[in-house]
Ligand binder design. Structure first.
Ligand SMILES: [Zn+2]
Length: 268
């Protein structure tokens, strides 16, 4: 399965005004940065123009030269001003660039869903902490054996005919796997075990799910991964979540360890 080649966002190299914050005037002598709750700043000549330059794209040295050239009315010490704005919480400084931690993989037919999910995680990690594995139609199970053996937590997301299934989110050796789901489905329909090997065949599947359902699935997949990265337990560990076909349909069902599945032996 190809990995989504989504480009990384431009790296921040300099001070940046709090993202999303408006610069507003409170009165003749004070400005306010942001509204929730907002940082009050004493106004000085040129300050508003200087604030507009704080977009994270310029290191402080470059910024000083730019301000000296283009905002001559600003006569304060820029380093001191930026320091006070940082202390007040109105400006952030670049930290160490975050390492990409997530890979989003997809088959050709689920590229559209990958394009919705991948930007949430920035650049694709080459040695990811987590993989999101997308497929249109039931995926071949062998791809997941590699991830289980490598100990990489992975979230299968499957585009079905009228719904999307997320999970079980597998933390190898800790939580039930796709084989456990197959055992559960085989308990309901013994022929399921005959179908499973056929999922390995390469194919192209037409995806005609509503865009709203794909957006829901993408948002849910991102939330599940972020919960795991934050040290929490996503709802889809030990469970599978079916979204759709109705707008609000969400069916979360437990997937217990199957006695015959090797993953359960590892976890005990
Ligand atoms: Zn299992």
């Amino acid at each position: 399965m190809p990995r989504d080649p989504s480009p990384a966002a431009s790296p921040l190299v300099g001070p940046r005004l709090l993202p999303g914050a408006l610069v507003l005037r409170r009165d003749a002598r004070t400005l306010q940065v942001g509204t929730a709750p907002g940082v009050v700043v004493r106004d000085r000549p040129g300050l508003r123009r200087v604030l507009r330059l704080l977009d994270g794209s310029l290191p402080l040295g470059h910024l000083s030269r730019l301000v000296a050239r283009d905002v001559p009315e600003f006569t304060d010490d820029l380093t001191g001003t930026v320091g006070r704005l940082v202390a007040a919480g109105a400006v952030t400084l670049p930290g160490a660039p975050a390492e990409p931690r997530v890979a989003v993989r997809h088959d050709g037919s689920s590229a559209g869903l990958a394009a919705l999910i991948a930007p949430a995680f920035g650049a694709t990690a080459l040695e990811p902490d987590v993989e999101v594995v997308l497929s249109a139609g039931e995926p071949g199970r062998s791809a997941f054996e590699v991830l289980a053996t490598a100990g990489v937590p992975h979230l299968p997301v499957v585009l079905l005919e009228r719904s999307v299934r997320l999970g079980p989110f597998v933390v190898p050796g800790v939580t039930p796997c796709l084989g456990c789901l197959d055992a559960l489905l085989t308990a309901y329909d013994p022929a399921w075990s005959v179908l499973v090997p056929q999922f390995e065949r390469p194919r192209t599947v037409t995806v005609a799910l509503p865009h709203g359902l794909l957006l829901r699935a993408a948002a849910e997949a991102v939330a599940q991964v972020e919960t795991l990265l934050a040290g929490g337990r996503p709802a889809t560990t030990g469970h599978a979540l079916w979204l759709g076909p109705g707008q609000d349909d969400a069916d979360l069902r437990p997937v217990p360890f199957a006695s015959e599945c090797p993953c359960g032996l590892l976890a005990r």
